[in-house]
Every structure is written in C-alpha cells, then in structure tokens.
Design a protein around this ligand. Structure first.
Ligand code: SIN
Ligand code: CO
Length: 395
C-alpha cells in the first residue's frame, strides 16, 4: 500500500495525513465512506449471533431495572422478546471472527499493523438506544449500518472524569458537546481514545465499531521481565563500582535509584531481547482460549480449490505477525506461537501475514514449489489459514 495515495474512505486523506493529523488526536467524519457495508448484516443476523455460547454479547437498557442496565450474553430468543420497544442496544463483539468477508474491511485500515487491531463490534439499537455518554481507551472507527444515529462528541476524559453511579457502565456525568451530527448508512466517524462520545439511535440502527487495542505498558514490562528472567535468571545483578560512601545508611537515595534506573533501562535497550519477549505476546489472539478448528484437505485438494477460484484466507480470529530481518520475515508468530517456515518462503509468509485474503494469482510464484505447498497445507490443517470455497469447488 502506498501511504500517500488518497483514500476515499478517509475522505480523500492519505494514510500519512490521517495518521499525522487525526490518529489519537481529533475526530474525523466521512460521509458515505462504505455505502455497501451498511447493509452487510441485519438485526436478525446479529440477534442470532448473540445466542451462540462462544460469542461475547451485551444488552444495554437505558431504563432497565437500574439506570443503564447491563446484561451479559449469550441471550435466548425469549430475552429479545421481553425487551421494550425502544431505548435498548445489543452489542456483539468480534463479529469479524465469524464473518471473514466483514474482516476484509479491516484491510482498509491496514496502515495500522495487525497487532494494533482489536475487532469489529456490531451493535443494533432501537429508537433512543444508546450506551450513554462515555469514553473508550482505544481508537475506534464507527461505521453506520442501517438507520440513523446522532453522534455527539465532547472533551477528552480520563479516570478522574466524574461518572454517574449505580450502573456497571462507565457513563460520564457531563459532556461538553463540540460535535453534533446525524450519521446515515455508510458514514464513518473516527473517535480518538479518551474522547467523550454519545451515539443515540434516531430509529432502528446498526453501528460497526472498528476497534483498535493498545496493550498496557505494564503488561509489556511484565513480558520483558519474564524474558529477562528466562535468559539470565538471577545472574544479571545490580552493580555499583562507583559507589560513594553512604552518609545515611538507612536511606535509599536518589543516586541509587538513578543507578538502578540506568541498569533497568539497559535491559530495555536490548532490541533483540525486546523482540523475543514481545512478538509472541503481541500476536496472542483476542480470546486466550481460542483454538482454530483447522481444515481437513490434502495438498492436492488445496491446489485444486485455489486453481478453481477459491480464496486462501487468514483465520480472522487468529492474530499473526512476523519479526523482520533485512526487510523480510524472520520469525512468524500466530496466536502467541512461533511457526517455523523454510527460509526461502519468506516472501510468501510476508504476503500471508500482510494480506487477509490471497488468490491463486497471488500464490502463482509458489505453485510448483512442493515445500511451499507442504507448508501451506500444514497451516490450513492447523487452521491459521483456510481455503474459502466459492460456488461448488472442492475441497
Ligand atoms: C454503539 O455501537 O452503540 C456504541 C459504540 C461506542 O460508543 O463505542
Ligand atoms: Co464508545
């Protein structure tokens, strides 16, 4: 992808411009960014998904048993039947994991790497439905599906921002509204982390939230510490050859703290150690109990299916990244696991990890490569990639 190509779904901004001027800084509204996606799912599709055991779903009722009542799924049909006519929202997390064609939309945001992407949450709201004025800690693109929603945006908030009590939701007390617009199907609204927002359904409406994640620095430090422990155990000790005489032996002095900080930072300066500790962590799947199912197909069946027009897709519920050496993949991680590959397949691995979906044409350079086919077959069996059948081709 050329980062300097104007992107229609960002209102003609290039990825470079968007990241420089808006990302984590200010909101952006793009009218009619994805007109065709707006009708991708119906409320019934979403309600069906919310009945599955493995699916993370919530219902928020503004005027429930308590203000902003939160119910956790999975739900039954009976639960939906009992809901009032208005003022409730159903929210379903990670819908992209179940619909690879929906996951394809993430490709439009591939100027942000895989490891920063969280999921696509889809909501269905009845008239007046909203999850209340709140802020999220993460970047989000809110794409309007069916219906209309009024979005109000406000100030940047943090944990000190006053919240209303008596609800499990983190609803903020006051919002200084600086933006007030009604969005239509296909419109896209980017909201930076921490910005107060409130979206109220004007009629039955659906919203697709393309959400990013930002791992907590404390969790990264934890992994680095684990890595250091594993690499040198208790051998890496504090040193102090320049020690000055202690005037107050009971004190832990700033000079000592500075010395400890320098030595600790020294551990973080080691990029190889950092990469080894963080690459598996950052490739962990959204749901830590997730195990791909895998597809049973022989290498010949995979080749035949691709030749007949099937697509090779990355499993949308798996997270995948590679470390880089000389511009090419060095180590590949999927769902926290190191996946070995023959060195000559680095370009293939790069394609597979960069793109969500490959055609036979993309794979043509390796069609005569038995090792490549064998490796791909292994990945398909493991479920990291799968062959998506179109029409009635095999397997
Ligand atoms: C919604 O889809 O109803 C809410 C999305 C959000 O505010 O983050
Ligand atoms: Co939000």
């Amino acid at each position: 992808m050329n980062p300097d190509t104007p992107l229609p779904h960002l209102g003609g901004l290039t990825a470079t411009e968007f990241l420089r001027d808006y990302w984590q800084k200010k909101p952006l509204l793009v009218r009619n960014a994805f007109p065709e996606l707006a009708y991708r799912l119906s409320p019934e599709d979403l309600m069906e998904l919310a009945q599955e055991d493995s699916v993370e779903a919530r219902i928020v009722q503004e005027k429930g048993k308590t203000p902003w009542e939160l119910q956790l799924g999975p739900f039954t049909e009976k639960v939906f039947k009992k809901l009032p006519k208005s003022h409730w929202t159903l929210l379903v997390q990670a819908v992209d994991h179940y619909l690879p064609e929906l996951a394809d939309y993430l490709e439009h945001f591939s100027f942000v790497p895989n490891w920063r992407i969280d999921d696509i949450m889809v909501s269905f709201a009845t008239e007046g439905g909203s999850v209340g004025p709140h802020y999220d800690q993460y970047d989000v693109f809110l794409l309007q599906g069916i219906g209309q929603r009024r979005w109000q945006l406000g100030q940047f908030c943090d944990e000190n921002t006053p919240r209303i009590e008596g609800t499990r939701l983190r609803i903020i007390k006051d919002m200084d509204v600086t933006f007030d617009e009604i969005v239509n199907p296909g419109d896209l609204l980017y909201v930076p982390p921490g910005m107060a927002h409130n979206g109220v359904a004007q009629n039955e409406c659906m919203t697709y939230s393309i959400g990013f994640r930002a791992p907590a620095l404390a969790h990264l430090l934890d992994r680095v510490a684990d890595g250091v422990l594993e690499a040198c155990g208790s051998r890496g000790l504090v040193t102090d050859p320049q020690r000055e005489p202690a005037l107050h032996p009971g004190a832990l002095t700033d000079a000592d703290l500075d010395r400890l900080r320098t030595q600790l930072l020294g551990l973080l300066e080691d990029r190889d150690a950092l990469r080894a500790a963080l690459a598996p962590f950052l490739s962990e799947a959204k749901y830590d109990d997730y195990e791909p199912e895998g597809q049973e197909a022989t290498p010949e069946e995979i080749t035949a299916a691709l030749a007949a027009g099937a697509l090779l897709r990355r499993d949308p519920a798996s997270r995948c990244l590679y470390t880089v050496r000389d511009g090419l993949p060095d180590q590949l991680y999927v769902n926290g696991q190191l996946i070995g590959f023959p060195a000559h397949l680095a370009v293939l691995v790069q394609k597979l990890a960069d793109q969500r979906c490959l055609t036979a044409e993309d794979l043509a350079p390796w069609q005569e490569d038995a090792e490549a086919l064998h490796w791909l077959h292994e990945q398909v069996t493991e479920g990291h990639w799968f062959v998506e059948l179109m029409d009635d081709n095999t397997p």
